[in-house]
Design a protein around this ligand. Structure first.
Ligand code: SAM
Length: 216
């Protein structure tokens, strides 16, 4: 199911902030050469991530699911000068490509790529996150959320990708493990008194999740 008319998406991209050339370069190369390029965020989604990052001006950012690094450079846009962006990727080839791609960016020194399983790496990162982007295996979303929430500062933001899962979340007959996992995740977050949330139907659906900054 196409959630946004492609011409509307193109129009929105044209009238939105410009991404750094190092990010658009990754998008072009990955689109041209990677057999799984569809895994990458769209340009408009990248613009959205960059805008959020500039708005929040975070010190510590965590990304779960680097792929070739396009969304990483978008998330790095608003990073404080002394900030750190940690990004986790399971597949060695993609992680190596991302490291090469980051080397062209002026933000390179602020980016720390961890190769391996996010479920094992997240507990080893002793930082308080301002902004987290969840964009890895869909069956892991609930675990990632529960792992990062205690380490998210009050008022901090989690952005979860693919929460509409190609529109399949509204198809009662869709019983595949990814759709079921995403529906369970959405339900879990919606019922969680520690956070408040908003689904933005950009590309495949982004859920904005804010950790409440008052006691519940
Ligand atoms: C949808 S892609 C990420 C796209 C990227 N954020 C972007 O917008 O360009 C998901 C990535 O998560 C990685 N991944 C899947 N399971 C993982 C895990 N358990 N730990 C770390 N990375 C994982 C995959 O190898 C893949 O590169």
């Amino acid at each position: 199911m196409i959630l946004i008319n492609p011409e509307i998406e193109q129009y929105s991209t044209s009238f939105s902030l410009k991404l750094p050339s190092e990010a658009t370069r990754i998008h072009e190369i990955t689109t041209e050469l990677h057999t799984s390029a569809h895994l990458m965020s769209s340009i408009l989604q990248g613009q959205y991530l960059a805008f959020m990052s500039r708005m929040l001006n975070p010190e510590f950012v965590l990304e779960i699911g680097t792929f070739t690094g396009f969304s990483t450079l978008c998330l790095a846009e608003g990073l404080k000068l002394q900030g750190e962006l940690h990004t986790i990727e399971l597949r060695e080839k993609d992680a190596n490509d991302a490291v090469t791609n980051f080397s062209f960016s002026p933000k390179n020194k602020l980016i720390h790529l961890h190769l391996g399983n996010a479920k094992e790496i997240i507990p080893t990162l002793d930082l308080t996150w301002d902004l987290v982007f969840i964009d890895a295996d869909k069956t892991g979303y609930l675990e990632y959320y529960e792992l990062v929430l205690p380490r998210l500062r009050k008022g901090g933001i989690i952005i979860a990708d693919n929460v509409l899962f190609h529109g399949k979340v509204i198809d009662e007959k869709a019983k595949d493990k990814n759709t079921v996992a995403i529906n369970n995740f959405n339900q879990h977050v919606c019922n969680d008194p520690r956070t408040e949330q908003l689904i933005v139907p950009v590309r495949d659906g982004l859920m904005m999740i804010k950790k409440k900054d008052y006691e519940v």
